[in-house]
Design a protein around this ligand. Structure first.
Ligand code: ATP
Length: 135
């Protein structure tokens, strides 16, 4: 069964919308198979976002993602990578459609509430980083 890594980023936790995000995942028919509230250290954050290491926003992105607790989840289901990215909406929340998580809750491209792996390949790498015991 396909799996994806979902993060409710620190802005989502600060705004007390963990339940709303989880509810949307469950209502869609996807299954949460692992879940943890944790604060990332800078090294883990840099590894997670390594594809953006050369971008000007990288230092600020690492500061943001380590700024408080986040919720990390492994979500499972048929085509769940694509299904969760559709639930999340576009990276830029202003462009994200109403009814999507980012479209409903966010305005800024950095503080955009959730992360979802962008491919099954990334999902495998990210799940290993966040849940090394999951196999
Ligand atoms: P995610 O990987 O978090 O699911 P994404 O795949 O939609 O998001 P990416 O282009 O991979 O988007 O960017 C990763 C994250 O980096 C974004 O979710 C956002 O928090 C941040 N980001 C992207 N572009 C910018 C930018 N121009 N300025 C600030 N932060 C940005």
């Amino acid at each position: 069964m396909e799996r994806t890594l979902v993060l409710i980023k620190p802005d989502g936790v600060r705004r007390n919308i963990i339940g709303d995000v989880i509810s949307r995942i469950e209502r869609k028919g996807l299954k949460i198979v692992a879940l943890e509230l944790r604060t990332l250290d800078a090294e883990t954050a840099r590894t997670h976002y390594e594809e953006h290491a050369s971008r000007p926003f990288f230092p600020s992105l690492v500061d943001f993602i380590t700024s408080g607790p986040l919720v990390a989840m492994v979500v499972e289901g048929d085509r769940c990578v694509e299904a969760f990215r559709a639930l999340a909406g576009a990276t830029d929340p202003v462009a994200a459609g109403p009814g999507t998580i980012r479209g409903d809750f966010a305005l800024q491209v950095q503080a955009n509430i959730v992360h979802g792996s962008d491919s099954t390949y990334s999902a495998e790498r990210e799940i290993k980083l966040f849940f090394p015991d999951l196999g």
